[in-house]
Design a protein around this ligand. Structure first.
Ligand code: ASP
Length: 453
């Protein structure tokens, strides 16, 4: 039995939904279909989720949102027309959206979540209606009724462990189950969404809960590429990689799959297959627990911009008990989360996402670190890119770091910092954003382009 998830671009138009129908029907093992909200049909198009967020925000600011509501409804109406569905389905969607917009606004973030979630909820109803029109037994499943319970964290919900057992009973239902992605219900019965692109997470949770044999994730690329195709032309496709490798890569910029979407499938030992709705015969990429390391130490190179580092140095830092804890607790008090902490004997760098703070905060943090920890130097560095070189094979290969540094030196890239993950599955390089592309190309040439297998 397979759980199969389709992303927004796979469901953006009537034509795309017809492809989805063919794919689902071509394999009787495909039992649960997880759907996203309608995505972009072309580069400048707008995702329904983005429209819904804008709409909810305007309502909260008491601004007119009629135009955006109309744009959302038009998207569904166009799809319904293309699929020759009865117009009642569009009236139902409109009534549902209006009811949400007239709902309780006392807790703004919850209001936004309820409006946001309508994108997938209504699309799942539309897709189910289309399948039914084709004479197929297909039922829309509401996540609350189906058993998907989540924490009450707006825009960032986490699945509650008891969901898995509840979801298992969905196996007994007959026919195809059409399940909206991206949200679940709290114990109090309120809607909460996962973080953006969270339908991937729903699919993984369902695969785990229903004990599927495979989780298929359909998107709009043939495979996971070994590097960002916007940086390196025609990069190699990855046929197979491990959960850990994929997690590292998606964390640092591989957007094919949400970085939190692997854990539920991984815990249940269910392989994940990435496939292309527009080219379903392409084999895609398989994500598994273990693989043969036959193609060199590195499987992929990811990079992401928008980081900064706080460099703190103090003579004899290594001997001072509690230094790290005190430093991190200052950041905690400011509500900041950090990504990495490479360190030396007398110094430590803390790498954070830059979008977390404004200039004033920088000054305050510096003052506190100096006053409370008596640091010799505190320095912020901005506009950093992190490059992750990822591969299980690095554990067994000698000299990977040396080769990487040499490749970067050859491309005249100054390495701002290095961090080798304790798992030895990844190496991280911090470089200036302006050097990012050159650095990635050099590492790709060194580790991937040169491997012939
Ligand atoms: N529609 C949601 C988003 O755009 C969730 C998803 O597509 O996975 O973030």
């Amino acid at each position: 039995m397979k759980v199969v998830k389709f992303g927004g671009s796979s469901l953006a138009s009537g034509n795309q939904i017809e492809k989805v129908f063919q794919i689902v029907m071509s394999d009787p093992a495909r039992k649960v279909v997880v759907v996203s909200a309608p995505g972009k049909r072309f580069a400048e198009d707008q995702k329904v989720t983005d429209l819904l967020i804008e709409c909810a925000e305007r309502c909260l600011s008491n601004l007119d949102s009629q135009e955006i509501v109309a744009a959302v409804i038009k998207r569904y109406a166009t799809i319904a027309e293309e699929l020759q569905l009865p117009s009642e389905i569009v009236s139902e969607i409109q009534a549902d959206l209006e009811a949400r917009l007239n709902g309780d606004r006392c807790k703004p973030e919850r209001f936004i979540d309820s409006v946001k979630a309508s994108g997938e909820d209504n699309h799942a109803k539309l897709v189910a209606a289309y399948f039914q029109e084709q004479g197929v037994e297909a039922t829309y499943v509401n996540p609350g009724e189906g058993g998907l319970l989540v924490s009450a964290e707006p825009g960032n919900a986490q699945v509650l462990p008891e969901s898995y057992e509840r979801l298992y009973s969905l196996r007994d239902r007959s026919g195809l189950l059409i399940f909206p992605g991206f949200f679940g219900y709290s114990k109090e019965g309120e809607v909460f969404t996962f973080s953006r692109s969270g339908s991937d997470i729903t699919g993984s949770i369902l695969a785990n809960g229903l004990k599927a044999d495979l989780y298929e994730n359909f998107t709009d690329v043939d495979a996971v590429y070994s590097v960002n195709p916007y940086i390196v032309k025609r990069p190699k496709e990855i046929k197979e990689l491990t959960y850990r490798e994929m997690r590292e890569l998606s964390y640092a910029g591989f957007t094919v799959l949400h970085d939190e979407a692997l854990v539920p499938a991984f815990r249940a030992g269910i392989p994940v297959q990435i496939k292309n709705t527009n080219n379903p015969l392409a084999p895609g990429t398989r994500i598994v627990n273990e693989r043969d390391n036959t193609n060199g130490p590195v499987i992929g190179i990811a990079s992401d911009q928008g980081f900064c580092s706080i460099y703190v140095s103090k003579y004899l830092m290594n001997r001072e008990i509690g230094f790290g804890r005190k430093l991190l607790s200052i950041l905690e008090e400011f509500g900041l989360s950090y990504e990495h902490t490479p360190s030396g004997i007398d110094d430590i760098s803390i790498i954070l996402r830059e979008n977390q703070f404004e200039a004033e905060l920088e000054e305050e943090i510096t003052k506190r670190i100096i006053a409370e920890l008596h640091a010799d130097e505190v320095k912020f560095e901005h506009s950093l890119a992190l490059i992750m070189v990822v591969g299980e094979g690095m554990r067994h290969n000698v000299g990977t770091m040396a080769k990487a540094s040499k490749a970067l030196a050859g491309a005249s890239v100054n390495i701002e910092m290095i961090n080798q993950g304790s798992s030895e599955v990844s190496m991280m390089f911090g470089v200036k954003e302006v050097d990012e592309k050159r650095a990635v190309q050099a590492l790709y040439d060194e580790f991937i382009a040169s491997v012939t297998v």
